[in-house]
Design a protein around this ligand. Structure first.
Ligand code: KIV
Ligand code: NA
Length: 265
């Protein structure tokens, strides 16, 4: 199988073929999602929430991100694998950002990195791109700065914030990003931004006009009980499915129905 590349993602934008991206954090899920045909797998720092149970994405470390990335890379034969630079691994300066990006690439075998922010991270993006590492931008709702905003509500609803986002997206394109994630912004703004740049936009809660879509896989398969924001389409209810399977297993063990004659040596 031929690996998806940034060049292919660029071509997809040009011919209007939407890019399908989901997060993945482990080998088993990566294998399934790759087999299903996802174009991009994102080893998101949302692992901090859905894998580790933290309230925010801030606590996850670079070492932990690399561990997740290694597992995903082993399961992905076709998908382009992008890894989030976690909070604290790139904000100090562009040298630190490059060092962290290099560690991810060398130690996990992933194909690119993602970082949050606009003009503030332009120097870091330039430096990482100059080293030959593809960089995906991330604007709109940026969960690593949750304490600056205080909520996970829709971003760039007013003129001023929208104008800043438009400036940021151009700066990221100029700095060499191969694409940009737009999280939780009005669909109309996401459409305007998508038309204004050459690189693909990947939306989450950003409407249908983006060049691609991304969701946290645990949310879209119904593993995160009670998390039903408007932008999420839940394709499975695995929480209830797994709970039911576990309850059936408990029943069978207690009743000495499992293992049966065929299930023993
Ligand atoms: O960490 C993550 O899952 C993300 C996506 C929501 C874009 O950054
Ligand atoms: Na993230």
């Amino acid at each position: 199988v031929k690996r998806v590349t940034t060049h292919i993602l660029q071509e997809m934008k040009q011919r209007g073929e939407k890019i399908a991206m989901l997060t993945a954090y482990d080998y088993s899920m990566a294998t399934i999602l790759d087999d299903a045909g996802l174009d991009v797998l994102l080893v998101g720092d949302s692992a901090s929430n859905v894998m580790a149970g933290h309230e925010t994405t801030l606590p996850i470390t670079l070492d932990q991100m690399i561990y997740h990335a290694q597992s995903v890379v082993r399961g992905a034969n076709r998908a382009f694998v992008v890894v989030d630079l976690p909070f604290g691994s790139y904000q100090s300066d562009s040298k630190e950002a490059l060092k962290s990006a290099i560690r991810i690439m060398k130690e996990s075998g992933a194909h690119g990195v993602k970082l949050e922010g606009g003009t503030e991270v332009v120097e870091s993006v330039q430096r990482i791109v100059a080293a030959g590492i593809p960089v995906l931008g991330h604007l709109g709702l940026t969960p690593q700065s949750i304490y600056k905003f205080g909520t996970y509500s829709v971003r760039a609803k007013d003129e001023e914030e929208a104008a800043k986002l438009k400036t940021d997206v151009l700066a990221l394109q100029e700095a060499g990003c191969f694409g940009v994630v737009l999280e939780k912004i009005p669909a109309k703004l996401a459409g305007e931004v998508t038309q204004s740049i050459q690189i693909p936009t990947i939306g989450i809660g950003a409407g249908p006009h983006c060049d691609g879509q991304v969701l946290v896989v645990n949310d879209m398969i119904g593993l995160t009980k009670g998390f039903r924001p408007r932008f999420l389409r839940q394709y499975l209810d695995l929480y209830e499915g797994i709970k039911g399977a576990a309850q059936n297993y408990i029943r069978d063990v207690k009743a000495v129905d499992f293992p049966n004659e065929k299930e023993q040596y």
